[in-house]
Design a protein around this ligand. Structure first.
Ligand SMILES: *[C@@H]1O[C@H](CO)[C@@H](O)[C@H](O)[C@H]1NC(C)=O
Length: 357
């Protein structure tokens, strides 16, 4: 009895503190089929994977072997980043792509039409930009969240931008509800089926604000809009603006001032298993996943990077974040980070801004 209680406590403590150790393996464990099988069991234990039927288990083992080899091979290449066997280790890249990079950003962009490049960009004349900024250190970013098996990254991306500008304007960091957007912004977006950030910003402005996470908690399913959950602790915004596209310089001006929503191509094999370091590719610019840029900096070796908040939980990447190489030769930025960034506007006062959406 006593032992059970203790295990329970330490488990929940581990969850609360997010101290689940990352999963490491040794080269010897890849040497034979038997040792690989042992590694697979160890990984299953580590991630508390439920028992499955023998056929499914054999198939998952095959996927696992392919992924282990990829992680191992890549980590021997001396790249500026390393990979790890994370919770995606038994997903084929195809499965991963359709589940976690399945927000079909490009599909929705085509449906919605091109962005209007004539709109105002309030930071166009921003000068004296800091050489580095990290909005996490300025208490404007909540801990990493996990979208689970739901293509709602557009909601997570939107929420980071709104939490950020709200914290900057009010000095209060409030965790906000993705589920409110997923259930209620049905005018354009399709919940866990995918969507875009701009309609979400418009929804927040026009419907009177976004609920707090604690009032309208995440379920990872598309549900029916429940107005009774919205409560009165809502965070309002005054609109949004697009960062001029394919322009990392413009993105820098925006991120120097607030966290910014962005889309990227996130389905690559290396992206799936990213562990740490500055990610330098491979990826294209065919954006299919939404994230948020919460800072930028430069390594001691002089590699410039964006600090990007993902929504795959704290055990992916650097505690839920990826550092993406900044200042690449193509205009779209690495993985398309500069293709279509946007951010929320919130004025200090409650007087609505003279800005047409
Ligand atoms: C930036 O400066 C130009 C030239 O002074 C001005 O016309 C423009 O309105 C400014 N943009 C913003 C967003 O303030």
């Amino acid at each position: 009895m006593e032992i059970k209680k203790f295990i329970c406590l330490s488990l929940s403590l581990a969850l609360i503190l997010g101290i689940v150790e990352s999963f490491e393996f040794k080269e010897e464990e890849l040497e034979s089929e038997e040792r690989m099988q042992g590694l697979y069991e160890r990984w299953r234990n580590h991630h508390n994977v439920a028992e499955v039927n023998p056929r499914e288990k054999a198939q998952r083992f095959n996927v696992f072997k392919t992924n282990v080899q990829h992680v191992h091979k890549t980590n021997k290449m001396n790249k500026p980043y390393t990979l790890k066997l994370n919770k995606f280790a038994t997903m084929t890249n195809h499965e991963f792509r359709s589940t976690y990079a399945g927000s079909k950003i490009k599909h929705y962009r085509t449906l919605r039409g091109a962005r209007n490049s004539m709109l105002r960009f309030m930071y166009e004349n921003a000068t004296n930009l800091p050489t580095a900024i990290d909005w996490r250190a300025r208490n404007a970013v909540t801990p990493p969240k996990d979208q689970g098996l739901c293509g709602g990254c557009w909601a997570f991306s939107t929420v980071v931008a709104v939490e950020g500008i709200n914290a900057i304007r009010t000095n209060k960091l409030v965790s906000l509800s993705e589920q409110h957007l997923i259930d209620c912004e049905t005018g354009f977006n399709e919940g866990c089926g995918g969507g875009l950030m701009e309609p979400a910003f418009i929804f927040i402005k026009e419907s009177g604000g976004l609920a707090a996470e604690e009032n309208y908690p995440y379920t990872s399913f598309t549900g029916t809009c429940d107005r009774s959950k919205i409560g009165n602790q809502v965070v309002t915004i005054d609109g949004y603006e697009d960062v001029p596209e394919n322009n990392e310089g413009a993105l820098l001006k925006a991120v120097a001032n607030q966290p910014v929503s962005a889309a990227i191509e996130a389905n690559g094999h290396d992206f799936q298993f990213y562990s740490k370091g500055v990610f330098t590719g491979g990826c294209g610019v065919d954006v299919n996943h939404a994230v948020a840029v919460v800072g930028y900096g430069e390594t001691p070796e002089g590699t410039k990077y964006w600090i990007v908040k993902n929504s795959w939980g704290p055990h992916w990447g650097e505690n839920g974040y990826i550092r993406l190489q900044r200042g690449v030769p193509n205009d779209e930025g690495l993985c398309g980070i500069a293709v279509e960034p946007s951010y929320a506007i919130k004025k200090k006062s409650n007087i609505p801004m003279n800005h047409e959406l």
